[in-house]
Design a protein around this ligand. Structure first.
Ligand code: PSU
Ligand code: MN
Length: 306
């Protein structure tokens, strides 16, 4: 993809001069959150990144152009247009060559961010191994892509609709390191705690910057995952979470929802069935992750100056 990426001038100036930049995912906006809150959250995320002195670079494909950093009307287009597809890495060249428009998954966003010289990225929850994976073989390409893409992803763990234990095992196999941010428990997306431990924890953005530096010195290519729990006062009620999830999984099965539609279907079910409680949790955790990502990007740019 030599000519295919259009980097916003503000982002490209920041990358060239070593200012902190945070890449932001767009599938959250188009397929993860309902309208009109999706646009409000997308804007708030960018505002939070700026308030920390970093430059936001939301990534999406519009009318065949792969864009890194969006104008306000382009962000609104991703949130409101009906022709926005969900693009993983394999879809990018096809969407681009057909002048299509798509939001990018964690995997696609990471690849484009890395190709544009951006190494810190914020999202909600990663994709991973689905609960029926033994039969369906449904494992998100987020995992295999992160194994080969040296970005630092700030997230609230993996989506709780997944088989979290299996996903953690796959991350170990794929050399994707997981750092719990001020926690020794792996976060559960809508919930503070997924019920699983994390091996490593960090207390400060500068520690993450040091680890990024060491990773780069070693020439390692795998992503670093910073697992940042949702603020406890905004988490979903755990019982409501478990009932809603059971209901959603059985509805997905009855309706034969498959492939890339599974994640949007389950997230949408949560937002409807909890009457917006999962929506406010989802919004809160994304904003919180963007805030931490901006602080990590800042620590990283200071460290690079030394
Ligand atoms: N995090 C959220 N909401 C989302 C997603 C992540 O809070 O909608 C998206 C990401 O784009 C992630 C994708 O890459 O879900 C995973 O989809 P799949 O399971 O089909 O790979
Ligand atoms: Mn899948």
């Amino acid at each position: 993809m030599t000519t295919a990426i259009t980097v916003h001038p503000e982002v490209s100036e920041a990358v060239t001069t070593g200012k902190p930049v945070v890449a932001l995912e767009s599938t959250i906006i188009s397929h993860g959150l309902p309208r009109p809150e999706n646009l409000r959250v997308a804007q708030e995320v960018e505002t939070v990144v700026r308030s920390r002195g970093a430059i936001p670079a939301t990534i999406a494909v519009l009318d065949g152009q792969i864009l890194v950093g969006l104008e306000p009307e382009q962000l609104a287009a991703v949130a409101t247009r009906d022709d926005i597809l969900k693009a993983g890495v394999r879809d990018l060249p096809i969407v681009a060559s057909r002048s299509g428009s798509a939001a990018t998954t964690v995997a696609a966003t990471s690849v484009i961010a890395h190709a544009s010289g951006i190494d810190v990225f914020a999202t909600g929850g990663l994709g991973g191994v689905h609960r029926q994976a033994r039969d369906s073989w449904d494992e998100s390409a987020d995992l295999t892509t992160l194994a080969l893409t040296p970005v630092t992803v700030v997230c609230s763990g993996v989506k709780s609709i997944l088989d979290v234990g299996a996903t953690l095992e796959r991350m170990e196999t794929l050399n994707i390191a997981v750092l719990g941010y001020r926690t020794s428990r792996f976060p559960g997306f809508y919930l503070v705690d997924s019920g699983h431990d994390v091996t490593w924890n960090v207390d400060d953005p500068s520690e993450v910057a040091d680890i990024m530096q060491a990773r780069s010195a070693l020439g390692l290519n795998a992503a670093l995952v910073v697992a940042n729990p949702i603020p406890v006062d905004t988490q979903l009620d755990p019982d409501l979470h478990d009932t809603t999830l059971a209901e959603g999984l059985s509805m997905a099965q009855t309706r034969g929802i498959q492939g890339k539609d599974v994640t949007p279907f389950l997230l949408d079910h949560f937002h409807r069935a909890t009457h917006g409680a999962s929506l406010s949790a989802n919004a809160a955790l994304i904003v919180n992750n963007a805030d931490l990502a901006a602080r990590i990007a800042t620590a990283r740019s200071l460290a690079a100056d030394r």
